[in-house]
Ligand binder design. Structure first.
Ligand SMILES: *Cc1c(COP(=O)(O)O)cnc(C)c1O
Length: 345
């Protein structure tokens, strides 16, 4: 059975054009800086978000980890939202591997951190406290429903970081979704930050990889940390080649995923037993839950849907996430609505 797989946009397999580019890629030893395809990808991504330099890393998790390790030492503190991917889903790497303390403040429903909360979390110079070094945002914000942060808000956090002499990181795994949804340039969302991480393997469809971007000095430091973590790859051009195709062909089409998310939400919203989160979808993901009338729990519902060929993410006892991506077409959307109607009838 061909599944309609809505669990994540990470399930996207590379396109035929990507596979062709991978097969033809010119390669070299990237640890020696000699892989022309990796070098081109790093430059391409950095340029596209207005940064000086980029670093190709195996995953978004490593990208965030490298960014934070490069800007904080052991015993330092990073201010993060309590629903940040780095807090929830990166296996505690910053503390396990970096000895870095996370100061978690509430993510507002719109994905932002309240500026007063950030200011309140910044430590004064007192030897009882870990020194605050970094503040980190996420755009789009995954666990806040795929919401977008605006350029104006991002700039206000950047200004605040400067005022308090903090570094500023953005986990921009889906930064291009955020830019396209708002009709702004990715540069406008990235420019206030010292470091920005971009995922190629989500909606952009590449099989592997993220690119961490920032100043040339920052990337120089980040390159050493990537090596420490075992992320120095050799002929990685075969992977970077797919990333180049992703950057050249997949960015503008993210708008289609957003439109299709809306189409799917419109289909789901009238199904008894299902409640969509207010405002969903903001970008390419829909969050919804079961009403009390439904006797199945979330896991059982997902199993029944799977029997009908539709896979969805179960994110809490009775809550779901459905993510639109390149391999989902209008017929798949229809099939998903029918499957929900069937299972919840
Ligand atoms: C997916 C994701 C990451 C990194 O994920 P990897 O699976 O390690 O590539 C980081 N941040 C956000 C917000 C994500 O959605």
């Amino acid at each position: 059975m061909k599944f309609v797989d809505l669990r994540s946009d990470t399930v996207t397999e590379p396109t035929p054009e990507m596979r062709e580019a991978m097969a033809q890629a010119k390669v070299g030893d990237d640890v020696y800086g000699e892989d022309p395809t990796v070098n081109r990808l790093e430059e391409l991504v950095a340029n596209s978000i207005g940064k000086e330099a980029g670093l190709f890393v195996p995953s978004g998790t490593m990208s965030n980890l490298v960014a934070i390790l490069a800007q904080c030492g052991r015993g330092d503190e990073v201010i993060l939202g309590d629903k940040a991917h780095t807090v929830l889903f990166e296996a505690g790497g910053i503390s396990a591997l970096g000895g870095i303390h996370s100061r978690q403040i509430p993510n507002q429903p719109d994905g932002t951190l309240d500026l007063l909360d950030i200011i309140g979390a910044i430590r004064s110079d007192d030897y009882h406290y870990p020194p605050t070094r970094l503040v980190s945002l996420e755009n789009t914000h995954n666990r806040c429903g795929g919401v977008v942060l605006s350029a104006a808000y991002t700039r206000s956090v950047g200004d605040l970081a400067k005022q308090y002499e903090l570094k500023f990181h953005i986990d921009g795994a889906r930064l291009f979704n955020a830019a396209i949804a708002q009709g702004v340039q990715a540069k406008d969302l990235a420019s206030p930050a010292d470091s920005v991480s971009i995922c190629l393997s989500k909606g952009l469809c590449a099989p592997v990889g993220s690119v961490l971007c920032g100043s040339a000095d920052f990337i120089h430091q980040a390159r050493r940390i990537r090596k420490q973590l075992g992320g120095g790859m050799r002929q990685a051009g075969v992977l970077a080649a797919a990333g180049i195709v992703a950057m050249e062909t997949m960015v503008d089409r993210l708008a289609e995923d957003h439109q299709r998310a809306r189409l799917l939400a419109d289909g789901l919203k009238h199904i008894p037993g299902l409640i969509l989160d207010p405002g969903t979808p903001h970008t390419n993901m829909i969050f919804c839950g079961l009403t009390d009338q439904i006797r199945l729990d979330g896991k059982e519902t997902a199993e029944r849907l799977s029997e009908l060929g539709v896979k969805i993410g179960v994110v809490a006892e009775r809550r779901f996430r459905l993510v639109l991506h390149y391999w989902i077409d209008d017929a798949d959307v229809e099939k998903t609505v029918d499957a929900f109607r069937n299972v919840l009838a």
